[in-house]
Write a protein of this length. Structure first.
Length: 302
């Protein structure tokens, strides 16, 4: 499982690459001096929502489509080991208005990204990847969930984040992934492969949550012409994730679902409500063309 042939691998041991120097994105967008003392949040309840029973799905060791090299897998773990999760950020009222209205862009993409990103209107972004584009995670410029303001223990009610991606082109030898992440996150890893992230990958249809193995069966692969969406809901009862295709909910799971602790990493850190959570779009390969739409608060698409 540690062959460089694979694109999705779990780190084994503490090996370090000597010939790979990944770009290390800054821990979130710079917003000036931060006088904010982060709130200490109580964790969400372990009680499951009555309409979303726990489920256990087989864990795979690799993807049936394509997999990352062990060098990149190790570099991703080295990155998260060296860069702790950022505390919730203090935002001005005008910035919070941008967050809750969906008026977001992407943070500067990692230098390794090959392609173009442009905006057709506020909150709507067009992605086009060039041939040879390596694994790249594009992260929203601001969080879709601001922990210091949106946490249900602060507001007394649940909070949701949701965005959609309309796929115009998706060649067979490419991948598009949709998900969320807490920062900092390695820009050379697709969402879902490392700490504080989740992703639904369009090449194999599997879902990944801090999972460098082969993910879990979830939905059928994406194809051109579809509009896919991913959402999260933070409530006192726990954290829910859901996926839509062409506006119809196709599946979901709880972040605290049953898992094999001997084989899997903890999915909660960074996503359980205590950190700001950003939208994340993963791209690999050339010819991917898609339009991302960050939605207003209340447009959860469930």
């Amino acid at each position: 499982m540690c062959s460089t042939f694979f694109r999705k691998l779990f780190r084994r041991g503490n090996s370090h690459s000597t010939d790979f120097h990944p770009d290390r994105p800054p821990p979130g967008p710079y917003l000036g001096p931060n006088p904010y003392e982060p709130t200490s949040f109580s964790p969400p309840s372990d009680s499951p929502p009555p309409d979303l029973p726990p489920a256990f799905h087989a864990l795979y060791l690799s993807s049936p489509t394509s997999n990352a090299s062990s060098t990149l897998a190790d570099a991703g773990w080295d990155f998260t080991d060296a860069n702790p999760l950022s505390a919730p950020t203090h935002f001005t009222p005008s910035t919070l208005s941008l967050i809750h209205s969906g008026t977001l862009g992407f943070a500067p993409p990692p230098p390794r990204f090959l392609g173009t990103i442009n905006s057709s209107s506020p909150g709507i972004l067009n992605i086009s990847s060039s041939p040879g584009c390596p694994d790249t995670c594009l992260i929203s410029s601001l969080p879709l969930y601001a922990a210091g303001y949106d946490h249900p223990y602060n507001t007394g009610h649940s909070a949701s984040a949701y965005f959609t991606v309309h796929i115009t082109s998706l060649p067979v030898d490419s991948c598009l992934a949709v998900g969320f992440c807490a920062v900092p996150y390695p820009g050379f890893r697709l969402p879902g492969w490392n700490r504080g992230s989740l992703g639904i990958h369009g090449d194999d249809g599997r879902r990944y949550v801090n999972d460098s193995f082969g993910g879990r069966d979830f939905v059928v692969p994406f194809k051109a012409g579809e509009t896919v969406g991913v959402g999260m809901k933070w409530a006192r009862e726990g954290v829910e994730v859901w996926f839509t295709r062409n506006g119809v909910r196709e599946g979901g799971w709880r972040l605290d679902e049953q898992r094999d602790a001997r084989e899997e990493n903890d999915p909660a850190p960074g996503l359980d409500g205590g950190c700001d959570v950003y939208g994340a779009v993963g791209v690999w390969g050339g010819g991917v063309k898609a339009q991302v739409r960050f939605l207003k608060e209340g447009e959860e698409g469930k």
